[in-house]
Structure formats: structure tokens, C-alpha cells
Design a protein around this ligand. Structure first.
Ligand code: GLA
Length: 721
């Protein structure tokens, strides 16, 4: 009987032809080859195709789609497992697959099984039909009798054929986030990773682009993007062999993060969002922007964001009721729509006059605000403004009532002394602990109970994991901390979102430390950087927009001289830089002269009425890069129909006889005629003012813009006639 069954199974296996699985978006295809009893292969990723034959005739069979350690190539594997019996090798073969149509996507699940063990991996691909993005991830399932340990568990693996392939990625630090760096891929390992534990976009960011046709270009060249949707430690590896074939793999960083699965347990890795375009980095960026907006990868993706004033650079921790009322008057006068009170409003036993205490004690400091926060919320409403408030709910200070009560709630091994950060006292709460998750949810919930008209919350995080260990996790699960912290954080954010879907929440981590798609589905926007210097912001915003739509990018006009760099920059330039995202202010409006106030009023009006829908929801075309433009930068945002666009040009350096570039446009309809009008002009005029030109002429010939001297800028509104 047994032999007969085996024979039938064998016949079925041998008779089953290889199956091509086309994982396709409107313009791209990832081609998989599945054959029973064999590993799953990935054969192609690029422009959309429907004929697999030409791929197989042109090239030899490509790589395994999810190589496991011990039985596949000697490249860095995607998966490495210690099985229940101690065996370190895994051999995954195709078992079955499903295809499920979803609202805006198709989900392909390919189930692979170890040849020996009840150990399964579902390799999953979600192909979007409203954006050219494919999400890839895996679900690892243990059916063995005893626990298995995951030593490496990448989200996905992608081979890239040989060519002059370059990689670009963003790295940085506080106040200097998202610096774009590019290099050709040479034989060996290229890697970006983060081990801060809490804010994985602070230094290296979990995104890269591969330019397949040499040095990366903005609007031409075949380009692949890879974005890891995860907020914890990550590792992106490109293993290039001597024939210059590249293997890209990305996922949670396995360093000090071995993960144990008991019998019956499974682990779902975060998604790696892949995008392909032959329109260069800009094409890949626009795919990510579209994917994020249309599929709420940024919370409320297609919603227009309100303009605001945040109190931080205006008063820092010196909050007073009087001062807040005065700022609200200024917000109303300038024409912004929302007022946000930043750090410094809270503290009971310990009052937050310096940044060394009270995180966790979310009670109003009655010395500063005798009538409490409800009085401020009311004052905003009376002025026709929306109200917002700052919190840092995952943190505490050793000088806090919370820490006195729950010293075991902080991230730290029970046997060690905590190593505090900011103020010499700040510590991270342990988000793997369900009690802490309840507490953090409660911070938001209590604010909403006390001031139900709160429109906006700024959720900050200013510390990392500097002393590894958990009071909550058992000894055998200490190595789960880096992962479980983020699973706990996301669980808490989901709870917040279920109860408060309309609350606008900003993601901040000492600036742009948490700019990642692991968290953005729960946040409407993020604080791009604590550096508000308009010149440096051109660079930071440029790098950030590689992967994120600008309606999620909080960009504030601040005082001159700038508080971070001391640089003096005219108000118009500061506005023109901030207007290319979600416009806000971060200074005392009362510091503006009467003339500046008038200009700022005009700028807010223009932004709200004309520029906001174009930049926040339009397609972004980066044109002259500040990195290469020798003192200039330019970009354009066009609506979907390409009937309206706004163009920004900036000059941020000067010298005698300084050469000016020609300003070309991009993304317009070549056949349409557009009228050019300068807006936010502040007295500037150019010879093309009011002229009508075709999209083709503007893109091929461009125009001259007389940007004179340092910090001159120009905003042109293009309307189809
Ligand atoms: C961080 C944020 C700032 C501000 C301060 C308040 O540094 O990035 O924007 O909110 O905290 O302490």
C-alpha cells in the first residue's frame, strides 16, 4: 500500500510541468518558476512581460527565490535555521501555490516545505494594481515536534543580472539625515544596517535603489528600489560575485536576534517593497509615493495635511499659558490652521523645565498652565484653529514618578544598571511588555479623554536601546527583544488607530529617526529633521523624498539666523523650501516684522489655495539635484492630469561670475500649452512672466531664471491654457 502511494506521488511529481508565476503590476513583472519537489526560482524582474519563453531562451535559469542555508548556493542565504534535532541545514522545495485577488492587489503565496521536516516557508508576493510596487515577505512555520531557532530570516531575496549596477542609499545623523550616497557595486559585500534598536532611519535608512545602467540618474535609466517596511534593526545586503551577478537580500537584522518558534508557531517577516522603473530614481520614487498614498502605507495617504505652527523653536521648554495664547494669536494672524504645543507642558512631582525629567508623568504642570490643557484646546477652538500636543510615550526618565513606581518597565537586563541618554536620565520603556503597551496606549487615550478635540499629536522618540535586556522576556527569549519591541510598538499603534482613526499623528524621533514604512501606516506625517536651516533642508528633503511622498514630510519655516546653523536666509527662500512639502512654522510669529508678517500671510494663503494640492498629492519630478547642481536645485510637482504644475528653483551659493544652469522642466504633457506665472514672487520678475509655452518646449529647451546671489528662489505656477 505504502509503495503504491509513493509511486502515485512520484508520478504526480514527475508529470507536473514547471509553472510560471507572473507577479505583475501594471508596468512591471517578477517572474517565478515553480516545479514540484524543486526549489522555487526567480527568473526575471523588470518591465512587464507576459511571455516567459524569451526569458528562458535568453538566460540560464536564475536563482532560488528564497535560498536557505546548508543546501543552496554559497552566497549569503535568506534563511538559516537550527532545527529541533540540531540540524543546521534546510532544504526547501515547492509544494503548492495560491493566487488571491484583493481590492487593489493580487496576493501570490508559494508554499515551500523542507524535504525532511515539518518545516514550511510561505514565500509571499503582493502585486499592486494601483502602483508599480510588489511587496515580498515570508511566513516561516514550525511543525516540528520541538522548538526551532531562526538564525537568519530575511524578508526576501532578489538576484540582479550583471551590468554596470550602482547602489544608492541614504545615511546621516542628527540634523543631517538622509544624505544621498551612490557607488558602483564591486565584487564583495555591500551592506547597510541599523542596530539602534528603536529608530532605524537615524543613521542608515532601510531603503536602497539599484541603478542598472551606470551612475544613478533622476529621470532615466532602469532602476530597482527596495524598501523594508520595518521599524527595528535591519540589514540590507548585496552580495556581488566576481562575474558581477548581484544578490539582494533584506530583512530584520539577525545580529543578537535569534528567534525561537515553538511547535505550531510561525513568524511573519516584514514586507520588502520592490519597485522597478525605466524612468530612473524619479520613476521609482513616484511609484513609492503612489503606493504609499493610495494604499495608506502612510496613514490617510490621500488626505491633505493642514498647515501649522509648532512651539518648539519659538519657546523650547519655556511653556506658559500666556505664551501659548500669544502664539495662537500669531498662528491665526499668519493664516496657519493648527497650533501644536511641543515639549515642556507636563510634570507633577518632577517638572519638565529642563529635559532631564518627567517623561512618563503625563500630567499637566500647573505652575506653567494653571488652567490645564483643556483651556488651551478651548482657546484654539475659539480662534478657529485646531489643537495639537507633543508626547514621547515610549520613554521615561530616572527622575520621574513612573520610573520610581515601575523600574522594571525599562529596557535593561535585570542584572545591570540602566545607561541613560538625554539629560543624563532618559530611558526606553520595554515595548515587548504588554503592561507597557497598555500604558503607552493609555497616554494617548487619556489625552483624548481630557481634550477630545485634540486634532494632532506629535509622537516623539529620543532614545535608542543602549543597554540590551528585558525584565519581561524570559531568559530563553532575551534575544527576541529587538524584534518584540517593535511588534509591541506596532500592536499599540494599531490599537490607537482602531480607536482614533482620524487623529493626525506625527512620527518624530529626534527629527527623522523613524522615517520608515514599518511605522508610517500609523502616522500621517513625520518630522523630517530637527535641522530647519533652509539650505541644508534642500539636501535632507531631497534624500527623504526618494521614498516618501511630500504630504508626509513636515517642513517648517524657522527664525533667521537659524538656531542649528546660525545661517541667515531670507524669508522668501525659507518659505519656498518649506512649501515643497507640508508647510508649517516653528518660531514666534511675533518675531516677524510687519513686512515679514505680510509676506508670510501671502505665502500661507497661496499654499493653502493653490500649492497644497499640487505638492501634497501631485507627482514629484526632482530635476537639478542640490548634490550635483553646483549651488542650484529644482523640482516640479504636477497634478495627475498634467494640467497644472508648480516648479521650484533654488540658488544657495554664490561667487563672482557664478554660472547659472538652464532650468528644464519635467513631467509635463508635451502637447499641452502652459501659461507661466511666478508666485510668492516678493518683487521678482523674469522675462517669461505670463508667457505660454508647450510642455515639449519647456522640457526640451527649458527657461532661464535670473536667480541672483545666494538664497534666491523662484516658484512658477504652470496652468494649461
Ligand atoms: C526632539 C524633537 C524636537 C522636539 C524636542 C522636544 O528633539 O525632534 O522636534 O520635539 O524633541 O524635546
Amino acid at each position: 500500500m505504502r509503495t503504491r502511494l509513493t509511486l502515485i506521488a512520484l508520478l504526480a511529481t514527475t508529470l507536473l510541468p514547471a509553472k510560471d508565476i507572473f507577479v505583475s503590476t501594471p508596468q512591471t513583472t517578477l517572474l517565478l518558476k515553480a516545479e514540484e519537489g524543486k526549489p522555487l526560482h526567480v527568473s526575471y524582474y523588470g518591465e512587464r512581460i507576459s511571455d516567459a519563453e524569451q526569458v528562458y531562451r535568453a538566460f540560464s535559469l536564475w536563482n532560488e527565490a528564497y535560498p536557505a542555508f546548508g543546501t543552496s548556493d554559497t552566497f549569503v542565504p535568506a534563511l538559516s535555521v537550527r532545527h529541533a534535532d540540531g540540524n543546521m541545514s534546510t532544504e526547501l522545495v515547492y509544494q503548492s501555490d495560491t493566487e488571491v485577488k484583493e481590492a487593489n492587489s493580487t496576493l501570490y503565496t508559494v508554499t515551500m516545505k523542507d524535504k525532511l521536516y515539518d518545516f514550511y516557508v510561505d514565500v509571499c508576493y503582493r502585486a499592486y494594481q494601483n502602483a508599480d510596487v510588489i511587496e515580498a515577505w515570508s511566513v516561516i512555520r514550525n511543525g516540528e515536534k520541538k522548538p526551532v531557532t531562526l538564525l537568519k530570516y530575511a524578508s526576501a531575496f532578489l538576484p540582479v543580472r550583471q551590468g554596470d549596477v550602482w547602489v544608492s542609499h541614504e545615511h546621516g545623523d542628527w540634523g543631517a539625515e538622509a544624505e544621498v550616497s551612490e557607488q558602483p557595486l564591486m565584487p564583495g559585500i555591500f551592506e547597510v544596517h541599523d542596530v539602534t534598536g528603536t529608530k532605524n532611519a537615524y543613521k542608515n535608512r532601510p531603503n536602497i535603489m539599484l541603478s542598472l545602467d551606470g551612475k544613478p540618474k533622476e529621470n532615466s535609466g532602469r532602476t530597482i528600489g527596495a524598501v523594508l517596511c520595518w521599524s527595528g534593526n535591519f540589514r540590507i545586503t548585496i552580495d556581488t560575485n566576481d562575474k558581477k551577478v548581484h544578490h539582494l537580500l533584506a530583512g530584520i537584522d539577525d545580529t543578537n536576534s535569534q528567534y525561537t518558534l515553538a511547535k505550531g508557531e510561525s513568524f511573519t517577516t516584514p514586507e520588502l517593497a520592490l519597485a522597478y522603473s525605466d524612468e530612473g530614481m524619479g520613476g521609482v520614487s513616484r511609484s513609492y509615493h503612489r503606493w504609499a498614498r493610495l494604499n495608506d502605507k502612510v496613514h490617510n495617504g490621500t488626505g491633505l495635511r493642514k498647515t501649522l505652527l509648532n512651539s518648539w523653536e519659538g519657546v523650547y521648554l519655556n511653556i506658559t499659558e500666556e505664551g501659548m495664547f500669544k502664539m495662537m494669536d500669531g498662528v491665526k494672524e499668519v493664516g496657519a490652521e493648527l497650533f501644536v504645543m511641543d515639549d515642556g507642558w507636563f510634570g507633577g512631582k518632577y517638572k519638565r523645565s529642563v529635559d532631564d525629567c518627567a517623561l512618563g508623568d503625563w500630567v499637566t504642570d500647573r505652575d506653567k498652565l494653571p488652567n490645564g490643557v483643556p483651556a488651551l484646546e478651548k482657546a484654539c477652538t475659539e480662534r478657529g484653529l485646531k489643537w495639537g500636543i507633543w508626547i514621547e510615550p515610549e520613554m521615561t526618565n530616572t527622575k520621574s514618578e513612573l520610573y520610581e513606581k515601575h523600574p522594571d518597565w525599562v529596557v535593561c537586563h535585570p542584572s545591570r544598571e540602566p545607561r541613560p541618554g538625554r539629560g543624563g536620565t532618559q530611558l526606553c520603556l520595554d515595548m515587548s511588555n504588554p503592561e507597557v503597551q497598555d500604558f503607552v496606549f493609555g497616554v494617548v487615550d487619556n489625552i483624548m479623554k481630557e481634550t477630545p478635540n485634540t486634532y494632532y499629536i506629535k509622537w516623539d522618540d529620543n532614545y535608542q536601546i543602549n543597554n540590551f535586556g528585558s525584565h519581561y522576556l524570559t531568559a530563553d527569549k532575551q534575544s527576541h527583544l529587538y524584534v518584540d519591541f517593535h511588534l509591541g510598538l506596532v500592536k499599540t499603534l494599531k490599537r490607537v488607530r482602531e480607536k482614533y482613526p482620524n487623529l493626525v499623528i506625527q512620527c518624530c524621533a529626534s527629527g527623522g529617526g523613524r522615517v520608515n514604512y514599518g511605522l508610517m501606516p500609523y502616522f500621517d506625517e513625520f518630522w523630517v529633521s530637527d535641522n530647519t536651516d533652509a539650505k541644508q533642508r534642500l539636501f535632507i528633503q531631497w534624500g527623504t523624498s526618494m521614498y516618501f511622498p511630500v504630504n508626509a514630510m513636515a517642513q517648517h519655516v524657522s527664525a533667521s539666523p537659524n538656531h542649528q546653523t546660525g545661517r541667515r536666509i531670507p524669508l522668501k527662500f525659507r518659505f519656498d523650501v518649506a512649501m515643497s512639502g507640508r508647510l508649517g512654522m516653528e518660531m514666534k510669529p511675533s518675531d516677524l516684522s510687519a513686512e515679514e508678517m505680510k509676506f508670510a500671510q501671502g505665502a500661507f494663503k497661496l499654499y493653502k489655495e493653490t500649492i497644497r494640492p499640487l505638492v501634497q498629492l501631485g507627482d514629484q519630478y526632482r530635476i537639478i539635484s542640490p548634490y550635483e547642481g553646483k549651488g542650484f536645485a529644482s523640482q516640479l510637482f504636477a497634478n495627475e492630469q498634467k494640467t497644472k504644475a508648480v516648479f521650484f528653483a533654488y540658488r544657495f551659493e554664490t561667487a563672482v561670475n557664478f554660472p547659472r544652469p538652464r532650468f528644464y522642466f519635467a513631467g509635463l504633457n508635451p502637447d499641452a500649452k502652459y501659461r507661466l506665472n511666478q508666485v510668492n514672487a516678493n518683487g521678482r520678475r523674469d522675462h517669461w512672466e505670463g508667457a505660454t509655452m508647450t510642455g515639449k518646449f519647456l522640457m526640451q529647451q527649458g527657461v532661464e531664471i535670473n536667480l541672483n546671489g545666494e538664497y534666491d528662489s523662484c516658484v512658477i505656477l504652470l496652468e494649461q491654457v
